[in-house]
Write a protein that binds this ligand. Structure first.
Ligand code: NAD
Length: 293
């Protein structure tokens, strides 16, 4: 129901699976045809909620190419005997590299510098940046992506601290400590009721003056209104956003946030590398082989 690597479609067919590629199918169209299918492959675009699952009478497996499962009512599907799986490792490096690249871009304002050059300006004096080496990076959510980012950041000479209440690791500190100490903060938590608005006005108030923020986790983990205020007050020196509460972002608040010169915005491209898409495709094929052949 969403785009996957063409090689994966070929490989699925080679397994003897009949494949229909409907990667722009609308929710209404999907509801109409879903009872014909024993398996479905989705990314984040297609929402698989209870009402749709009720119609999926022959479904054996729902494969989510990618990490989060927040677009699928997993417990409901599993209650109906449908296996739900994803490809969690395939995009780890791609997201970690994007987060790191965004930190460099924030520190040196390279997107702004490029825009100003293209507009014919030479703003050398206004573009005094900052360095990553010897700075403290606070990573919120120390799972696959968070730890990979930590490893890369350490190689650059950064000090790495992390907050994650569900794992034990020597880098872990209490959230308040992280907010107080970090020069850069990068979020890598899943979307859960607990992580919703986890960076709100109270959290921003605890941060260092001039902190940089990278949000490539899930929309809603950062309260966008509070972020807007923290940016305009100067508390947060710059923020890079890859995910939003609304995708594509249309609300006035999001338009205003994205338009700020100290914001770098990308359209949910964390996992959008050739390599990650290939790995996701390969994992989808392996899962389909297990559950559909
Ligand atoms: P993961 O499950 O390996 O790691 C998530 C970590 O967050 C876990 O260690 C978990 O214990 C921790 N966590 C859960 N609740 C928390 C809380 N309240 N406070 C702090 N930590 C908490 O997942 P991952 O593969 O590292 O992916 C992390 C997230 O990145 C995904 O859930 C997804 O939302 C996001 N993601 C974004 C993109 C993108 O395109 N921007 C791509 C892939 C994944």
């Amino acid at each position: 129901c969403d785009p996957v690597a063409p090689s994966a479609v070929t490989a699925l067919k080679e397994l003897g699976i009949e494949v229909d590629v409907r990667d722009d199918i609308t929710p209404d169209e999907l509801a109409e045809v879903i009872s014909d299918y024993e398996g479905m492959v989705v990314r984040s675009r297609t929402k698989v909620r209870a009402a749709l699952i009720d119609k999926a009478t022959r479904m054996k497996v729902i494969i989510r190419g990618g990490v989060g499962l927040d677009n699928i009512d997993v417990a409901y599907a599993e209650g109906k005997g449908i296996k739900v799986c994803n490809t969690p490792k395939a995009s780890t490096n791609a997201v970690a590299e994007l987060a790191l690249g965004l930190m460099f871009a924030l520190a040196r304002r390279t997107p702004y510098a490029d825009h100003s050059m293209k507009a014919g300006r030479w703003e050398k004096k206004a573009l005094k940046g900052a360095e990553l080496a010897d700075k403290t990076l606070g990573i919120i959510g120390y799972g696959r992506i968070g730890r990979e980012l930590g490893r890369k950041a350490r190689a650059l000479g950064m000090r790495v601290i992390a907050y994650d209440p569900y794992i034990t690791h020597e880098d872990i500190v209490p959230l308040d400590e992280l907010l107080k100490q970090a020069d850069y903060i990068s979020l890598h938590v899943p979307a859960t009721p607990e992580t919703l608005n986890m960076l709100d006005a109270a959290a921003f108030a605890k941060m260092k003056e001039g902190v940089y923020l990278v949000q490539a986790a899930r929309g809603g983990v950062v309260n966008e209104q509070a972020l807007y205020e923290a940016l305009t007050s100067g508390k947060v020196a710059g923020a890079a956003l890859d995910v939003y509460t609304e995708e594509p972002p249309k609300s006035t608040l999001l338009q205003k946030l994205i338009a700020l010169p100290q914001v770098i915005a990308t359209p949910h491209i964390g996992a959008a590398t050739k390599e990650a898409q290939q790995r996701i495709g390969d994992e989808i094929v392996a899962l389909a082989k297990t559950y559909l052949t």
